[in-house]
Design a protein around this ligand. Sequence first.
Ligand code: THU
Length: 150
Amino acid sequence: MSGLDDIDIVRLVQAALTSSTLAYAPYSGFHVGAALLFADGAVVSAANVENASYGLSLCAEANAVAKAMNEGRRSGLIALAVVGGKPDADGEVAPGPEPVMPCGRCRQMLHELAALGVTDPEVITVARGSLLRMPLSALLPHAFGPANLA
Ligand code: THU
């Protein structure tokens, strides 16, 4: 597991929370923010974006990966934070009792970016009053990735 210090974790969770206020989730009402931390200290974050054709909705983590890659990032992903829940009247998300776990598709998308830079980022998910931390490889063991196509 990476040697993240508390300040990185607070910064990352705060960035995910801030992003969650920009979620477009009128159908589920579930607002998610994801923040990716890179080795150069940069944080790239995004929220979920839903669609009236429900199945086209995009998760926060997928949007964050696409955003980072569109900024030219291909390596250095060392950690990410995910926060989700129902927004209050001010649009602030209050995390629920269970941490939000990245869905299968997002795990695969995160793996692609991690594999390009040969990192195993720490995934931090937030619940009410607690954090869960684990390496991405624990969430997607024996992943299919770029190496399989070589
Ligand atoms: N969602 C995310 O953005 N990330 C996750 O890790 C889980 C689910 C979104 C998809 C959909 O917009 C809403 O949460 C409810 O599933």
